[in-house]
Design a protein around this ligand. Structure first.
Ligand code: APR
Length: 389
């Protein structure tokens, strides 16, 4: 089989790229390890920035999203029993966040790609990338029916996430890896509870961070900072609600937290990872295959889509004019945005967490929040970074 581009992985990065290049007449095949129903129902990230939505809209891929997504332009911080809000949308040109689960994005992108005649192979296994330093690399896999197949292409897009095969196919010593273990763990809780707030809440408390995120009118997502090494089983439902009530509590306010049935509890390890460069010969890495960011600031899915847009433009230019400029600058262009997002996420991690082993950092977090509450200039910078430039 021959195609111009082979896309490994059908997550937001791979599917955005596949739609983008298919619309420009560049043929591709998408290889996905999981089944279609699995990728269309797997809960992951849930926040899209204005810029990502504009890009999807320009490709005609945002119809359902624009109808169904909740828009958010304000968030709330709580510290020492006091709350303050930041109307970040008003501070940054009216740009908003769109709350739309990643699995719905994936469903929309698969539907659009297949409707336009696209080729996705689900449930593939034993994917191998070969001859990446030549102008005709190949990818070999075992199909869902157990047949070993091969595609030759001009380019391979490695969009198969952090645990995928693409990054691992690059010989040792080529990539520089930047890793940071934040020493912070969150208990992520999903509850059948209507939201107790209209704006996302980030609470700094002496016991640790608590977050109230929004999902739907009947489901809420909560996060609790828990000691490193904690097991989800150590946290009974009663203990979870007690901690949430305590960490969100406000002096002088009748605000109340609505409880509900807890349907998911799992521990998230906070880490960051970036590789440089994001390419090797004719293999280009996109999304989580090249960079992992903490959930703080909700940048993950947006970075994946930015990589797809940048690589898609480079491919269109290459096939239209023969120019390799965009391909050569792909890594540098994406990494600039990746590092800016990492810097913001780290800044925010330091602002909303209590480091129980070093109370000094707890005080710094409090000082940063007080600065944000008091200074319009500081809030404007936060808004620019939070809702995306
Ligand atoms: N072969 C084919 N497909 C693979 C392989 C493989 N060897 N390994 C993994 N995959 C598939 C996964 O099953 C998944 O569907 O690649 C896809 C990668 O998708 P994501 O992990 O969602 O990565 P990406 O598209 O880069 O999107 C990043 O995911 O973790 C979130 O916050 C993150 O929102 C961000 C987004």
């Amino acid at each position: 089989m021959k195609r111009s581009v082979t896309v490994v992985g059908a997550g937001p990065a791979g599917l955005t790229l596949a739609n983008l290049i298919q619309q420009s007449g560049i043929d591709c095949v998408v290889l996905e390890k999981a089944s279609r129903s699995h990728v269309e129902t797997r809960p992951r990230a849930g926040v899209l920035e204005h810029r990502s939505v504009t890009m999807l809209e320009s490709l005609g891929l945002a119809d359902r999203l624009l109808m169904e997504a909740d828009r958010h332009g304000t968030c709330e911080f709580r510290v020492n029993g006091q709350a303050f809000q930041v109307a970040y949308s008003d501070l940054y040109g009216g740009r908003q966040h769109y709350v739309y689960p990643q699995q719905e994005v994936v469903k929309d992108l698969i539907g659009a790609f297949l409707d336009a005649g696209g080729d996705i192979r689900f449930s593939v296994s034993d994917v191998e990338l070969r001859d990446l330093m030549t102008s005709r690399p190949s990818v070999v896999w075992t199909s869902a029916d157990g047949v070993r197949e091969t595609v030759q292409s001009d380019f391979v897009a490695g969009c198969d996430g952090f645990h995928g095969i693409s990054r691992k196919s690059i010989p040792d010593g080529v990539l520089t890896e930047f890793t940071h273990q934040h020493g912070i763990e969150w208990l992520a809780i999903l509850a059948e509870a209507p939201p107790s707030t209209k704006a996302i809440i980030y609470a700094l408390h002496a016991d640790g961070f608590a977050g109230h995120m929004l999902r739907s009118p009947s489901i809420s997502r909560f996060y609790l900072q828990v000691p490193v090494g904690t097991k989800a089983e150590d946290w009974s439902d009663e203990r979870v609600w007690e901690a949430l009530h305590k960490r969100f509590a406000l002096h002088d306010s009748a605000w109340a937290l609505t409880e509900g049935k807890i349907i998911e509890k799992r521990v998230l390890d906070m880490r960051s990872h970036v590789v440089e460069p994001m390419s090797y010969g004719r293999l280009f890495l996109l999304g989580d295959a090249a960079h992992i960011i903490t959930p703080v600031g909700a940048k993950g899915m947006n970075l994946a889509m930015n990589d797809a847009a940048t690589f898609g433009r480079a491919l269109m230019d290459f096939y239209a004019t023969g120019s390799e400029t965009g391909l050569k600058t792909y890594s540098e262009d994406c990494l600039r945005r990746v590092w800016r997002a990492q810097e913001f996420s780290q800044w925010m991690v330091n602002m909303i967490h209590t480091d129980v082993s070093s109370p000094f950092f707890g005080r710094l977090a409090q000082a940063r929040l007080e600065h944000l509450a008091e200074s319009p200039a500081y809030r404007a910078t936060f808004a620019e970074n939070y809702v995306g430039p």
